[in-house]
Design a protein around this ligand. Structure first.
Ligand SMILES: NCc1[nH]cc(CCC(=O)O)c1CC(=O)O
Length: 321
């Protein structure tokens, strides 16, 4: 049998993630696997240093890999699940969602500091509207600025003294072996991660028999959790342009497993938010997430997209205080 061709972007994070999946394919499917680099429009525009903020709300990274998959240039595409759009792609299935890494956001700050220890007016870099809104909502008077580029570039902004801190996904740092840089792990009670953060999507062509074989890479509780988180996101996207955080977990209940979901939608400046949680059966993950999203819309999550004048004034007060 020919080796399984695993498509990957060129970044350290992407090749590490894809290499990890290739290794699982060798061990659990007993098939040879090779990495095939796919250059994306996103990588090209980053190389040309145009204004691409962090990752891919547009999904450019994801779609280039999917195109290579559909053209038959690769057999498997590995994505960070949080970068994958919630709507399905024609002819492609998520054949497996492996066990996920710690999904929390972390801080890399100067002098080993935590967010709470940073003085008012400290500059914190993030390209993520979700992180920016939640940083503002902490009420610490932090100045949040955009930051582009890969994980190394972003940490470099702290090293160079340009920024006092940056906020990143713990999973990304873990995968490229940079956890030593972390100065604080953010409690999801204060900062909820992106839906799907820390998890990988292993995709293949829907009509490829590889789809069935790849199922051995699946971690069932992780799939339930990310299905719920992404259902919250998909439901809110229908009526709301606000930044969204969500985190689900399968926990041992009295006599059966239970699925917990927490979610938040915020105005971009963090002054307004709708925060809710739900529990249900892991077997009904999409239902639990969808109902939670609908409840959040009923509670005004759809009105958070644009901050009102009152909200802006409040934020200014905090900054001047
Ligand atoms: N935004 C880009 C991106 N996409 C996936 C990860 C990290 C790995 C993950 O969250 O699964 C990152 C870096 C980050 O957000 O710090």
């Amino acid at each position: 049998m020919p080796p399984v061709r695993v498509g990957t972007r060129r970044s350290t994070l992407a090749t590490t993630q894809s290499g990890h999946v290739a290794e699982m394919i060798r061990q659990r499917l007993g098939r040879e696997a090779v990495l095939v680099e796919v250059t994306t429009d996103g990588d090209r525009s980053q190389a040309a240093s145009t204004s691409l903020v962090g990752s891919s709300s547009t999904g450019v990274f994801v779609s280039a890999l999917r195109d290579a998959l559909l053209r038959g240039e690769v057999d498997v595409a590995v994505h960070s699940l949080k970068d994958v759009p919630t709507y399905p792609a024609e002819g492609i299935v998520v054949a497996a969602v492996p066990l996920r890494e710690d999904p929390r956001d972390v801080v890399v700050a100067r002098d080993g500091l935590t967010l709470g220890e940073l003085p008012v007016g400290s500059v914190v870099g993030t390209g993520s509207p979700r992180r920016a809104a939640q940083l503002h909502a902490l009420g610490l008077g932090l100045e949040v600025v955009g930051v582009r580029g890969n994980v190394d570039t972003r940490i470099g902004k702290v090293r160079s003294g340009d920024y006092d801190a940056v906020v990143l996904a713990r999973a990304g740092l873990s995968r490229i072996d940079r956890l030593a840089e972390v100065t604080e792990v953010l409690d999801p009670l204060q900062v909820l991660p992106a839906p799907g953060q820390g998890a990988l999507a292993v995709e293949c062509r829907a009509d490829d028999e590889l789809a069935t074989a790849l199922a051995v890479l699946e971690d069932v509780p992780t799939r339930a959790a990310v299905d719920a988180e992404r259902a919250v996101l998909a439901t809110l996207e229908g009526g709301c342009s606000a930044p969204i955080g969500a985190l689900a977990e399968v926990v041992e209940g009295e006599d059966e497993e239970e699925l917990w979901v927490r979610a938040v939608a915020l105005s971009p400046d963090g002054t307004l938010s709708v925060r809710m949680s739900a529990t249900g059966s892991p077997a009904d993950a999409v239902g639990v997430g969808t109902r939670l999203g609908a409840e959040m819309l009923a509670d005004g999550a759809g009105q958070l997209g644009q901050p009102g004048p009152a909200a802006t004034t409040e934020a200014d007060k905090v900054r001047e205080a």
